[in-house]
Design a protein around this ligand. Sequence first.
Ligand code: SF4
Length: 316
Amino acid sequence: MGNLVLRGGFMSLVVTQSKLRAFMECPKKALLKQAGIHLENTGERTAFGIVWHDLIEDFMNTPNKDNFSAKEKIADSELSYVDKEIMLALFEQWKLKCPYVNSVVENEVYLENSNFIKGVTLAGKADGIEKLNDGRFRLIERKTKKQVNEQKIMENLYSDLQCMMYDVLTGGKIKQVIYDVVRRPSLRQSVKEDDIAFAKRCVEDINSRPEWYVMFFTVELFAEDHERAEEYIAILATNFKKAVNGKIAQPNVCACTEGNYPCDYVDFCRYGDYLQYRVDKKINTELPKQANASKKWQKRLWREEWNENINLEGLV
Ligand code: SF4
């Protein structure tokens, strides 16, 4: 998906949930994302997450689930022996607990709303979507994490930006969102323990307390939620559009090192160290306005390869 789409002759800015989330944290962060600048090795699902998503998708698409072999599905993946054993154990527990295991779910569904705000196309992708008997939808959002704070998830669900985006993207037709969260073991392998022994210990831990590893959180959405979501997303998306057009772009330096995880762009913003960052060239060639960058810098970025010689004065 490119960052700009053509709709009826004018350019429309594509706004996703992750851009709005970044914008809430720090406008500059959102603009750097919009410009296609990312820290190497971040922003992408882990190999474990990718294989897990594919596994669940294949399983849900299999008509006769009794014939489904998870072991065969993940045999050729690049996961380590330990991760494969962990995944198999998680999958068995997931099947037992999953509330939508027998539903007809369409996976990886792209959603788009280009009529919400002029010049803005809201877009998002749902991991799973199920049409209910009353014509509304149930959405499924899958996550694999090492660290999960259940309390925080529960507290934030009703004001969750992703939930609001889904609701706006479907014109208020979401009845329920199920967050399907799988926790990966955080056990440490001892020096005396080989892979087989360590995998066995992880599997035993998963089977002895499956509720710790496999969780489902359900959010019901009502009419008032839809109004609130529309209002909230409209404000955020409008301000993001203004920022991209150079109207407001004040960084929120308070967010640089807030919480346990510092912002991905700390070295970029503080020290002008851009060597560990990559530019998504495809996005850059499609962008007529390079967010937060000087015109001179834009021209150089489009013209040249991303390499050590590029002068990033306009951004840092
Ligand atoms: S390092 Fe600070 S100023 Fe830079 S994008 Fe991150 S939060 Fe914003």
